[in-house]
Design a protein around this ligand. Structure first.
Ligand SMILES: [Fe+2]
Length: 179
């Protein structure tokens, strides 16, 4: 690969893809192409100090760099917009949940995501994410909407109760999960 990976170029290309008619497919194709060489991405990406970095956000698309700490779980949540996640380092387990018809949730599927993998998630999907590698999981997360302005939910895995997506609820559920 002659040219070094440049995050600015990827962000520009993702913004263009997100403006297309079939945005989710266009973003997925672009991320799949990019993550096909995860070491190239890892070598060129900046060493971000924060675990979550918003690289771009507007009404059409939110582009995040996310790093998950080994052993940590992101509690079950929805996005309310389509999401496409491309991973270039580490290994994460995604657990997907669905209604159990009795007001609660049941796990419907589980998938492991490793470097080079791209995961497309529909707007109503509910998932939790656990970093199962000894190194952090790093990836580019693309949401087809303004994620920080979107009112979305966290879910208590035991009761299925939907809670507002706030830092308070996030930390409470993470403690529950760890305990
Ligand atoms: Fe998510």
């Amino acid at each position: 690969m002659a040219e070094a990976f440049e995050i600015g170029k990827l962000v520009d290309a993702l913004r263009a893809a997100a403006a297309e008619e079939g945005a989710a497919q266009a973003v997925q194709a672009l991320l799949t192409h990019t993550m096909a060489d995860p070491d190239w991405v890892a070598a060129g990406i900046p060493g971000y100090a924060e675990n979550d970095v918003i690289l771009h956000e507007d009404e059409t698309v939110s582009i995040w760099h996310c790093r998950f700490t080994p052993g940590k779980t992101v509690p079950a949540h929805d996005h309310r917009v389509s999401a496409v996640i491309g991973v270039y380092a580490g290994r994460e387990r995604n657990d997907f949940f669905e209604s159990d018809g009795k007001g609660g949730l049941r796990r419907s599927s589980q998938t492991e995501v490793t470097p080079g993998d791209v995961l497309a998630i529909g707007p109503s999907a509910i998932h939790s994410v656990t970093c199962i590698s000894e190194e952090p999981c790093c990836g580019i997360h693309v949401y087809l909407g303004n994620l920080t302005e979107t009112e979305r939910s966290l879910f208590d895995p035991d009761t299925g109760e939907a809670l507002a997506f706030t830092m308070e609820n996030y930390e409470m559920l993470q403690r529950t999960d760890q305990g």
